[in-house]
Every structure is written in C-alpha cells, then in structure tokens.
Design a protein around this ligand. Structure first.
Ligand code: UD1
Ligand code: MG
Length: 443
C-alpha cells in the first residue's frame, strides 16, 4: 500500500493579521506545519508533499526540518483547496492520497493512517468529520441513507443544511487511481469562486464511487485561523502536555502556570515550581529542581541540578549533574560541568565552566566585541570572584583564583591568583578633613 500525504500550507492566513505565513505560528513551541508533519511522519507515509504559497520559502525550510524528504510545491494563485492539491505531483501509483491542512496541528498519526485505510474497494473518498460545538464557518456533511454524498461549505449551505452539526475537519483521503479524474471535474462555481476539495465527494458519488465519513473529536481537528484560535489551541495543548508530564512523575506544583513544549523531556523525580516556561528543545534529567520564574530554551539540565528562581537558560546550555544556576543568571552556549555553581546575577555565554568551579555574583563573560563571539574557558575548581569581567577569548586554568572586581583579559594559569583592578588606597582622616573644611565655610 503506497501512500502519499499532502499538507496544504499555501493559505495567506489573512485572519491572523500577521506578516508571517500562518503555518509558521507556534503552538507548544512548534510551528503549526511542524505539528502536521510530525503526525505525517509518525504515520509512516511513503511520500510527503507540502504545498506552499509564493514567497514562503521559510515554510518550505520549516517543512524540511520535520520531513527532510518532503517535496514542496508552490501554489502561485490561491484558488482553493482542490487547486492546491493539484499543484502536487499525484503520479506515482499511490493507493491512497491523504490531504491534511497545515493549520490543523493536532491531528494524530492514527487518524491519518485510518483515513488512508478507508479508501479501498469502491470507496474513492474518505472525509473526516467532527461534531462542532459551533459549526459556523465549517463545511457540513450531507448524508443520504447513511452514505456521505456531499460536503457543503457554510457559505453555500441552505438554512436546513446549516443545522447539520457533523462538520468537515478538512482531512480527506482519495483513492490514488481515481484522484486525478475526480479533481479534474471540480469547478469554482460557488460563493467564494474557489476550487473546493470538498466537492470531491459529490463528484465521486456522481461517478458511482463510494464516499465514507469518519468521525473524530473537535479537539483533534481544531483549525487555526485567528490569533484567538491560536491561543485556544495553546491552552488545549498545554493542558495535555502538563497531564503527560505529571503522568510521567514530574511534580508540577501549580501545573496551570507551567508552559511546556511538545518536545520537553523529563527524567524521574523532577520538581517544577510555579511559573516556569519550557521553550523548545529542553531536557531535564532525574532529580533536578526548576525554581519559579525560570525560562529554559534549548537547554539540557543535568541530574539533581538546581535552576532559578529567575534563571534564564538559552539555547546551547548544557548543565552537568548537581550544577546550581541561581537567580538572575543567564546562560547561552555554555557547558557547565558537574557541580559547578553560578548562584547570582551572571551572564555565562560561549563558555565552558569546569567541574566544581564557582562563578561569583555578577560575573560576566564578555563574549562579544561588536563583530564576533569568542570563548571563555574556566577550569575545574576555579574560583571567580564577584563582579569580574572575563574578556573572551580567555582561559582560566584549573583551580585558579580571580580577585573580585577584576577585568581579566589575559589567560590565567592553573592555581594562580589574578587580580585586574585598581589597587585600593586609603587616606587616613580624609573624610573628616573635608567635612570640617565645608562646615567652616558655612559659618
Ligand atoms: C476548510 C474546508 C471546510 C472545513 C474547514 C475545516 C474546503 C473548501 N473547506 O475551510 O469544509 O470545514 O477547512 O477547518 O476545503 N489552502 C491552500 N491553498 C488555497 C486555499 C487553502 O493551500 O488556495 C490551505 C490553507 O493554507 C489551509 C487549508 O488549505 O491550510 C484550508 O484552507 P482554509 O482557507 O483555512 O479553509 P477553511 O475555510 O477553513
Ligand atoms: Mg481553515
């Protein structure tokens, strides 16, 4: 059974009121088209095509990230969903062609596979339906004697057809051997002047072929057309991700305040305090504690590490076991090895911090000179005094000691002390003399 999946992603997304293509908007840290393609991938289709809009190369690139073998096709004029499908290459003797939307992110792999399975024998079209709480705007399934005979778009539907609550989710499977013949017959004679894929049902029925309706839940097929729907989808997904994390044993003290990504990974006995955000690509190992108000993005947190409160871990952060990152510490592209600590008010970027090193309050790695980035290397067991600036590229040897308030521009050998600051001078009685002189002037 060879199967092709086509993801339609060429829509303008006008209702999003955004300069970005709609399908690049994110839910749970993943783009809408990324969600759709993840399901396609899990359903193991033999080929994947994505139909994108003109000047939407970024959608093509995002698609390749999730499905490197996907072919992209550009739909120059957006003349409707059937027209979009016809931009893809349908030759290839596919048994089933499953069409899904780039703006419908929660469709499961099982549903996509079920759709593909449904077209066989005399069944040429399978359409996915759901019972809509509010069917306004959706296409309606018209059935006769239990058979699906047409899908009527809301705008084209009669008063009585609008009372139908079984709505079209938009996902459709076509038998490969009939697809081209059916699509060719679709016209744009409707309220929108578009070539509707939904007309495939009526046409196939007219050709003496069968159409079937499959049903699923509204939550699975919620389409995203507006920012409000994007936010609703986020809420639905977050509820699911929190539930999943807790089922795996993560302690979420106030789950409704924690935001997760589809790909957030937790080990056992992780505790997450209230108000923490996990952007994409975060792994948290066993026994780590993430304190309140921390933001983690593309970071790997080692076993029994302690993060925050108020920590910011940016992409490329890798923390070993028992690392402590305290309040108002920011890390980026930083490899912080087992037992190292940066407890207060620091920026550690493009750096390695060796095992058990101690990075004092206010330490900054000066990694950027306005043109390029350079690396800071802090050896195992080094002690960086508070409020030091480490001007990269620079290397602090194992066990070295940096005096507080230093600006370090030269490498420091292992076990050495480096102090780079003005020497303190003390003038006995100076303050008193000043006060006395000023007071004398006032008299
Ligand atoms: C579509 C269905 C409707 C269904 C609803 C479910 C049709 C004609 N209507 O309506 O029955 O109830 O989805 O959400 O199929 N697209 C293109 N090129 C185009 C037009 C659309 O690629 O020329 C893509 C869009 O990017 C989107 C998808 O097709 O991913 C659906 O288009 P959209 O305009 O959102 O259709 P709806 O009006 O929601
Ligand atoms: Mg839509």
């Amino acid at each position: 059974m060879a199967r092709l999946a086509i993801i339609l992603a060429a829509g303008e997304g006008t209702r999003m009121r955004s300069a970005f293509p709609k399908v690049l908007h994110r839910v749970g840290g993943r783009s809408l088209v990324g969600h759709a393609l993840s399901a396609v991938k899990a359903a193991k289709f033999d080929a994947v095509s994505v139909v994108i809009g003109p000047n939407h190369e970024n959608v093509g690139e995002e698609a390749k990230r999730f499905a490197p073998d996907a072919k992209t096709f550009v739909q120059r004029d957006r003349k409707g969903t059937a027209h979009a499908v016809m931009q893809a290459d349908l030759t290839g003797n596919y048994d089933a062609i499953v069409v899904a939307f780039g703006d419908t992110p929660f469709v499961s792999a099982e549903t996509l596979a079920r759709m593909g399975d449904a077209v066989k024998g005399n069944v040429a079209v399978a359409a996915l339906g759901f019972r809509a709480a509010d069917p306004t705007g959706y296409g309606r399934f018209i059935t006769r004697d239990g058979k699906l005979v047409a899908i009527r778009e809301h705008k084209d539907a009669s008063e009585s057809e609008r009372n139908i609550t079984l709505c079209n989710a938009g996902i459709m499977a076509l038998a490969g051997k009939h697809a081209a013949a059916i699509l060719k017959k679709i016209s744009n004679n409707n309220a929108n002047g578009e070539f509707y894929l939904t007309d495939a049902v009526e046409i196939a029925a007219g050709m003496g072929l069968d159409c079937v309706a499959l049903e699923t839940s509204e939550d699975e097929v919620r389409g995203i057309n507006t920012k409000a729907q994007l936010a609703e989808a986020e809420a639905v997904l977050q509820a699911k991700l929190r539930q999943r994390a807790m089922e795996q044993g993560v302690t979420l003290i106030a789950p409704e305040t924690v935001f997760l990504s589809e790909d957030t990974k937790f080990g056992s006995d992780v505790v997450v305090e209230p108000y923490v955000v996990f952007a994409a690509g975060v792994v948290v190992e066993d026994g780590a504690v993430i304190h309140s108000f921390s933001h983690l993005d593309g970071a790997h947190v080692g076993k029994q590490a302690s993060i925050g409160p108020y920590a910011r871990l940016r992409p490329g952060t890798k923390l070993g076991a028992k690392v402590r990152i305290g309040n108002f510490v920011e890390t980026k592209a930083a490899n912080i090895e087992d037992g190292a600590k940066a407890n207060h008010l620091s920026y550690i970027g493009d750096a390695r911090v060796g095992e058990n090193a101690n990075v004092g309050a206010g330490t900054i790695t000066c990694n950027y000179d306005g043109f390029g980035k350079a690396k800071t290397d802090i050896g195992a067991g080094a002690f960086i005094g508070s409020n030091s600036s480490l001007v990269a590229p620079v290397k602090i040897g194992d066990g070295a000691y940096i005096g507080s308030g230093s600006v370090i521009t030269l490498d420091v050998p292992a076990d050495a002390l480096a102090v780079g600051r003005g020497r303190q001078s003390v003038k006995e009685g100076w303050a008193k003399r000043l006060r006395d002189a000023r007071l004398a002037l006032k008299k």
